[in-house]
Unconditional design. Structure first.
Lengths: 116, 116
């Protein structure tokens, strides 16, 4: 299912370019255009899911794929031992700007607390 | 499976008190003792899983439960419309201090970017 007005659906459809670093099964990942750390990638389901609030019982294997991809990307970028942060934003207070579920994978530097 | 030296396993076993706000199926949630926002809860699997890096194909329904619990907590605390951030920390750079998978649910105020 695609949403014709969705930026990430357009990236998945290769209508808009992105620095894709992972593409397998139901997920794709690409580097954030405004990286906040040496590693900053977005792992995204190929089917349009609005956000984490829209996750339901049908999404189990998709969630495994999303986190598995994040772990593989962290390893490929050499931050699996130093650590990384996974972030899902829901709504305005969290700064969500694209309404297509995306897991931020951030690593390669020490991160502060709170997480924003 | 419990890990006898794990703080969160002790909370789950009720050996250490916590402000538990959700307990259903395979997950429990309690408020963070050092809250970083009006809502700051930790959603935790009852079985000991080290962190997101240890997630495998067997964890699909657990991940659905974790995110579903986070969504319910956000709604119960009245931040489902204003937004919330979900965070998983892996390793030292992310500041992981308890090595039992926990999903931070943070809301009730605008959050900054980057997320730490």
């Amino acid at each position: 299912m695609k949403d014709g007005d969705c930026l990430f659906c357009k990236i998945i459809a290769e209508e808009i370019p992105a620095d894709v670093i992972f593409d397998r099964g139901g997920v794709i990942a690409f580097r954030d255009v405004n990286p906040q750390a040496p590693l900053h990638a977005l792992v995204v389901p190929k089917d349009h899911v609005r956000d984490a609030a829209a996750v339901d019982a049908s999404h189990g294997s998709l969630l495994v794929e999303l986190i598995g991809a994040a772990n593989e990307i962290a390893e490929a970028d050499g931050v699996d031992a130093s650590g990384y942060r996974l972030v899902l934003n829901v709504g305005a207070d969290a700064g969500q700007t694209v309404f297509h579920l995306h897991l931020h994978v951030i690593g390669g530097r020490p991160m502060a607390w709170p997480p924003g």
